[in-house]
Design a protein around this ligand. Structure first.
Ligand code: ADE
Length: 243
């Protein structure tokens, strides 16, 4: 097997969740082919007390437990190959913590992450991670959407999947990538296949016309209408670029 081109390291209390869905289909085939590699690191390994505790009650009170900064620090130092955050190597690649408090993940950021050699992802459980260790390591906080998951692991799977499909050699057709949702800031146009009539519903005539210019214009108009209706935020952002 050739040395993987893109490496992701996941720090988690549940290493057995990986590769999980990433071991199947497109990402799984690419993993097997050595186009990328994944290392799941068990945070609990870095707990130093006799109970191997990784969390504790929140200062200030309130429900839920907080992951301890000393344990996360030891885990980060080990995977980054340095003594502590002040020694962090500039070539270590992005260090990401997945949290609903993070900046929303975008296709632009996914593209940048896929262009890195290596990405490190920290997954939290419980109420999250002590703020000081995130500050000390200058961690980038990312959210995969405005809803709360049970932990960072499913979010990590989302982020990694989005990156892997952009890696060279993973998806055959560059045109497919160029036309999909978010490329050019628009949602994608709808798709149709055979049969041409199904339950009384016909495929839009223009698509069977063979007239490439009309097809292109129809698809563009569909993309614009769907974006305007479903995602006024994206639509407004495009308007600003065009000015
Ligand atoms: N952890 C829990 N919910 C999350 C979300 N929406 N995005 C990223 N990480 C999370």
């Amino acid at each position: 097997m050739s040395r993987a081109g893109w490496t992701v390291r996941v720090l988690t209390l549940f290493p057995e969740m990986f590769p999980g869905p990433l071991g199947h289909s497109l990402a799984g085939k690419a993993l097997e082919a050595g186009l990328w590699s994944l290392e799941a690191v068990d945070i609990r390994y870095f707990a130093s007390d006799k109970h191997r505790s990784v969390d504790d009650a929140a200062f200030g009170g309130g429900p839920g437990l907080v992951m301890r900064p000393d344990v996360i620090d030891a885990a980060l130092a080990a995977v980054m190959g340095v003594a502590g955050p002040e020694r962090a190597h500039p070539d270590a690649g992005p260090l990401i913590y997945l949290t609903p408090r993070g900046r929303p993940l975008t296709q632009d950021r996914v593209r940048e992450l896929a262009a890195e050699r290596q990405v490190t992802v920290l997954c939290g459980r419980y109420e999250g991670v002590d703020e000081r260790v995130l500050e000390a390591w200058k961690v980038e906080e990312i959210s995969v959407g405005d809803y709360v998951l049970s932990g960072g692991e499913p979010a990590a799977i989302v982020l990694i999947d989005a990156c892997v499909r952009l890696l060279p050699g993973v998806m055959g057709d560059a045109e497919t990538l160029a036309e999909e949702s978010f490329e050019g800031g628009l949602l994608e146009y709808p798709h149709y296949t055979r049969p041409q009539e199904w339950r009384g519903r016909k495929v839009p005539e223009v698509l069977a016309s063979g007239h490439h210019e009309n097809i292109r214009a129809w698809r563009r108009a569909q993309s614009e209408a769907t974006t305007r209706e479903r995602r006024p935020d994206l639509w407004a952002a495009i308007g600003r670029h065009r000015q």
